[in-house]
Ligand binder design. Sequence first.
Ligand SMILES: *Cc1c(COP(=O)(O)O)cnc(C)c1O
Length: 607
Amino acid sequence: MKVAPQSGITAVYEGRRFFFDSEYCRNAFLEDPERYAAAELPGEGEDLSARRVAYFSMEVGIDPRLPIYSGGLGILAGDTLRSLADLKVPAVGVSLLYAKGYFDQRLDGEGSQTELPVSWNPTEVVRALGPTVQVMIESRSVLVRAWQYDVVGQTGFRVPLVLLDTDVPENAPADRELSYFLYGGDDRYRLAQEIVLGIGGVRMLEALGYRGIERFHMNEGHAGLLALELLRQEPGGGSLAEAISDVRKRCVFTTHTPVPAGHDQFSYDLVRSVLGEPIPLDELRMLGGEERLNMTLLALNLSHYVNGVAKRHGQVSQQMFPGYSIDSVTNGGHSLTWTCDAFRAVYDRHIPGWARDPFSLRYAIQIPLDEIRAAHAEAKRKLVEEVAKRSGVALAGETLTIGFARRATAYKRADLLFSDPQRLADISRRVGSLQVVFAGKAHPRDAPGKELIRKIFRVAKQLRDDVRVVYLENYNITLARLLVSGADLWLNTPLRPLEASGTSGMKAAHNGVPSLSVLDGWWIEGHVEGMTGWSIGPRPGEDGADPGAAEARDAADLYEKLGSIIVPLYYTQAATWAEVMRRTIAFNASFFNTHRMVQQYAANAYV
Ligand SMILES: *Cc1c(COP(=O)(O)O)cnc(C)c1O
């Protein structure tokens, strides 16, 4: 980060002197000076009251050095902030700074996962801000402080990400730990964190001088308490209905969860003891649910604009909450971030300006096929190299490589590909050889998720002679970039309708990597059979009555597509395969990006 000119660590670039607070920051600058040189000096002098949008998220995946994300929700938040910065939307992000991160994943020879706290030094990545605020948790006053990470757009415009934590000496030891772990602890811990995020976040923005926020955007229900804080702050004198109506004008809610069980809910006993009564309990019940405090319901009732994260997910959410009007804004990926170096160079040559205008990736349809092939070969070489370095497994450069990486949790069905190992081995032996790269962490308390990883290890051993399989530890942003560009085929096999959107296939599309996926979430929109990839299983609405049959039917279809279409195409029709890659970029990267998404939020929800 750049700091005011009192630090002794400096660099000169194009005749200007820049100041840094550590060697680390200076080195980061020297790697990409153009981008940072364009940025304004943070803090001093800027009129923060000109910021109009505050984006709240429990997790943000923006920098591999910031271990404050667990999966797609966080990555989406990070990509959103990047596009907000690129598009010069006057926004600020709010999340928590988890001193011990999510966790470091270790896998033993059987695929059993152990979790270690992440050791990292926040001062190397973020800078401390002065103001503190207080929140009440279990009738104690808890001090909250803040840090800032600057999201610098390609235009030099900066969106600050304000990260809150409670790890200060003034707090009792148990309160200091409230910001240690992302998604750690019990319901009490979670509710306390949501108080820090929602209530602490609103107060911190005020303390920092963000006085002009017109839209508070809740990325998932975790941030719902911000709306409650806004309601509490409403001037007295008017009716409750008027106060609610005022708050609703200021709030926007994006839901990510397609089933009721996935929504954050807290018993009112817990709410009373941890949160107290910021508003009278009968009013809270009216807004958040009679039986339990449901954060989705609270956010729904206090927002003027609500959306799901893909068209289908918008419809599913609308059916779940028929009394509300629920729109959809399909997710995206940040194009520059998720495009590998080799494809960046190709796009730079053929589509100048693509990174600031990713819609123009539609012109990829004219890129010569051999350039597409060469760029992919380069990305694949890097993946093969990294896999060897991390695992000792030597993948074959010419073998069709399937990538599967995301949170290891039951509904994502990482093991669907392995439901009939013999059949997979047959395809690899008789039709064309296959290898598979997996990665993904299971939540520490997700026993079925952990079992999924062990199962993959077991089947991998069984398949050893026919299909090379590797499971990489510690899936994160860095590894994701390698995988979504270096794999030949991106596999996604969620149980419908549980994949609200999914974003990794969009990232793969930015690198010309086609998807083979169940028709759920974004793939219903991005899929054109044989053109941008392939589907698994029936179209939505044609599921049949027996959900138990879904597994066998999806698996059979998966093997059928692989064995009779995809593997033969890959090995015998190289030009056609390259055309699929090119179409994947032109159709899907040009649309499933966060620039398009942020512009929809701006048009539908922010103005
Ligand atoms: C993109 C991404 C995800 C989300 O993957 P899905 O397939 O959408 O679930 C999770 N983790 C990381 C590190 C990612 O980059």
